[in-house]
Design a protein around this ligand. Structure first.
Ligand SMILES: *[C@@H]1O[C@H](CO)[C@@H](O)[C@H](O)[C@H]1NC(C)=O
Length: 181
């Protein structure tokens, strides 16, 4: 009996160690809290009607990287474009996963900054920064660790330049906070 629980404990510690080694990778089957939540962005690229580029397309549950399939958000080209999702409650965010565009223009996402917090001021710029996207190859999947930063809003912004912001999916992992200030 005793050794069984010791073995179970050891196995749990091993698993935990593996997870840490892989950074903040969400476990298989983890719930994506951004899916289906209301989203907003600085502008919406108007070609073929804005339905193709809506902010909500980044939280539709599809990682399809081809913009013409209608599953990516897309702003117009402008200075410091941004996108934001309202999680509807406060979460301790462990990871944000971003699927980059695959059919064209993948380099545009370079340096995009991810923030988590409760403030809507300056489109989330006052919130805590988790990190930036460094992999801008076609269709790349970037995992940005957020170290349990707390907040209701997750936003992404391209600082310091004129650009178009396209997100083929943005997923938020972590745990909901209850009765916490
Ligand atoms: C960037 O993403 C591509 C496509 O997903 C992948 O093959 C490549 O290994 C990534 N590069 C780095 C440095 O992580």
């Amino acid at each position: 009996m005793l050794w069984v629980s010791t073995v179970v404990l050891l196995a749990a510690e091993l698993l935990e160690g593996q997870r840490e080694a892989m950074g903040c990778l969400p476990p298989p089957g983890a719930r994506n809290w951004a899916r289906g939540r209301p989203a907003a962005q600085s502008s919406t690229y108007p070609q073929w009607g804005t339905v193709y580029s809506r902010a909500e397309s980044a939280v539709d549950g599809h990682r399809d990287g081809d913009w013409s399939h209608g599953s990516c958000s897309h702003t117009t080209r402008e200075r410091e474009p941004w996108w934001r999702v309202d999680l509807g409650a406060r979460y301790a965010v462990t990871a944000v996963v971003v699927k980059n565009r695959q059919d064209c223009c993948s380099e545009r996402i370079r340096g995009a900054q991810i923030q988590v917090g409760d403030s809507l001021a300056n489109h989330g710029r006052c919130n805590s920064v988790c990190g930036t996207i460094t992999n801008s190859s076609a269709g790349s999947l970037s995992i940005v660790c957020c170290e349990r930063r707390k907040g209701r809003y997750v936003s992404i912004l391209i600082p310091g330049r004129e650009e178009s912001l396209t997100l083929c999916e943005l997923e938020v992992y972590g745990s909901e906070l209850r009765d916490e200030c």
